[in-house]
Design a protein around this ligand. Sequence first.
Ligand SMILES: [Fe+2]
Ligand SMILES: [Fe+2]
Length: 276
Amino acid sequence: MRSVAVQTDRELGGSASVLVRQKRDHVRLNELLGRLEVSAGAEQQHLLLKVYRLVFPHAFAEESVLWPVMRRMLPDGGTLTREVEREHQEVNELVTELEHIRPGDARRDEILDRLIDVLREDVRDEEDVLLPRLQSVLRPRQLQALGLAWEGVRRVAPTRAHPIVSRRPPGNVVAALPLTAVDRVRDRIDARLLTGLPSDSRLPRLSSVLTRLSHRIELLPVMRRGEDSSTRSSRRLPRLVRFPYVLKGAAGVAAFALLVLVVGGRSVSGARRGDR
Ligand SMILES: [Fe+2]
Ligand SMILES: [Fe+2]
């Protein structure tokens, strides 16, 4: 079976095919990782945000759309997808560690190096093993339909690390709405903070409140439904677990996340107006 890395778009089912879409993102990721390896300071932080925005929605759409199809179509689909789900889980845990590590901590470089290695391993496993297997059982039309479904989910998926959430449906699907809302507000605020321009002094505080909120939302048991024991978070983030649950159900979470979206949006646009 040939790696999708060496096949043409035509061989992969055309530009709409899920294989072409996957390969496009992987090429972009490799380019970002190359730059990340030699970066430092604010530039590194900026590149990390770009990597998160690319990797997390991409992986979320794999976990909720692609891997369930592989499990249905291939007799060894469970084993194959479990391996990449473990890699995704490790990426989620490493990024969460990076979020909580103190500035100047010597472990930061070690965690970053491991993150880059795991992301590269994930791309190789998918391009050399999983995706060619998917190609072997689906016709071009089916690859294109799957491409549309994968792209649709990717565009509305969470953009940050969520190590407690199940890597499988239905938990990850339930988690999508509230976590996407919170993550995308965080993205806007963090991107604003990294510009170096004067901004609303409340933004750093708002960013850390949203980080804590997203990890609290993750603790809702419904978001762990469907979880395979091999991808259960190895560290339950004790510091976060100590926080009391402030939201009692999925409806409450969704309503609160939407509120955050509105308030956060206003805060960012208010800061923008202030700069003019
Ligand atoms: Fe991928
Ligand atoms: Fe992946």
